[in-house]
Design a protein around this ligand. Structure first.
Ligand code: KG4
Ligand code: ZN
Length: 327
């Protein structure tokens, strides 16, 4: 299965053979957007258009597929959610390949892709609890049978990754903010600053805009501060909030596995906190390697293989869906 991902600012293509990645390429655009503190849609789509053909030919060469038309089961592509112009580049390329090679086109939900990154590591035992945390989403999802997703909690305002990106900007760090905050937090001590935590009460929803405002107020009141300490305290607050909700969900029902996915799942503190929680609860933790947490083509190929197995082939006139929702 060929997987193509262009929903945001990574042109990512991979080939998956029997659940193993045999070729992959990721062209990131961080430098392009760094000065703006966020992804500029118009620049992103242009860069995808420049990179996509080369990316596809690179993975085909790496994977040593002698005849894609014969050797590929299908071409899977992200068709939403994401940026319209960016999605269109990947979808157009996938349609062209599907038509030229006469192989099935499979339309994949980007968030289902993040969810399937875990399956590239180990089987996901059901019922499963999945924490999806990316630049646009924070979701707690329950899976009781393959392909059926129930959202237990979602984003009320800023997504977790968005909070990392916005706070990084407040702290004068570059984009994307998550890895930057993680890097400087290692040098800091956040223990004497306590930012607000999760929404209280019984809800499994997430809210991070209050936390962002609290960081802003802190900076206004305290003037020039030690950025490393503020970053460490902020990271601690986000991870605490996420782990708290996962812990709450684990107490409500018995799960056989906990999966994490999305760019924020690359965060080392979050990974270790989830591992501890799962160990204490006696639940299997499925924590994909960091490169499979951020956007990549392999996760799209994996979700595509699942959808194709259900016979879900997309028509060649399929459109994009910028606000597609998994559950
Ligand atoms: O899943 P992803 O690559 O793209 C989207 O689907 O949005 O996630 C990107 C988000 C960004 O907000 C980025 O700051 C965050 O994931 N991120 C991290 C880390 N690496 C990426 N956040 C915290 N710690 C990290 N190590
Ligand atoms: Zn993503």
């Amino acid at each position: 299965m060929l997987g193509i991902e262009t929903s945001c600012d990574e042109t990512a293509v991979a080939v998956l053979k029997r659940g193993r990645v045999t070729a992959e390429t990721i062209v990131a655009q961080n430098d392009l957007h760094a000065d703006f503190g966020g992804v500029v849609p118009e620049l992103a789509s242009r860069q995808h258009a420049r990179a996509i053909t080369r990316s596809i030919s690179d993975v085909l060469r790496q994977s040593q597929l002698s005849s894609p038309a014969k050797d590929l089961d299908g071409v899977a592509v992200t068709y939403g959610p994401g940026l319209a112009g960016s999605l269109m580049v990947g979808v157009s390329a996938a349609k062209a390949l599907s038509l030229a090679w006469d192989v099935p086109l499979v339309a994949v939900d980007h968030m289902e892709g993040h969810l399937f990154a875990g399956t590239l590591m180990s089987p996901v035992d059901l019922p499963s609890l999945t924490l999806l945390v990316s630049g646009g989403h924070s979701q707690l999802i329950e899976i009781t049978e393959p392909g059926r997703y129930v959202e237990l909690g979602g984003t009320l305002d800023d997504a977790a990754g968005e909070a990392f990106d916005k706070v990084a900007r407040l702290l004068g760090l570059s984009f994307p903010g998550g890895p930057e905050i993680e890097r400087v937090a290692l040098l800091g001590d956040g223990s004497y600053i306590r930012f607000p935590r999760a929404l209280s009460g019984d809800t499994l929803d997430f809210s991070f805009s209050g936390l962002k405002t609290a960081v802003l107020r802190y900076l206004e009141i305290h003037g020039p501060v030690n950025v490393n300490d503020v970053a460490a305290a902020f990271q601690e607050a986000v991870v605490d909030a996420l782990a708290h909700k996962v812990g709450m969900a684990l107490r409500k029902r018995e799960y056989r596995s906990v999966v994490i996915g999305g760019g924020v799942a690359a965060n080392t503190l979050l990974r270790s906190r989830i591992e501890e929680l799962c160990a204490a609860a006696g639940v299997k933790a499925v924590i994909p390697p960091k490169r499979l947490c951020t956007d990549n083509g392999a996760m799209i190929a994996a979700a595509g293989a699942f959808r194709l197995g259900l016979g879900q082939v997309a028509a060649l006139d399929i459109g994009i869906d910028t606000s597609l929702s998994l559950a």
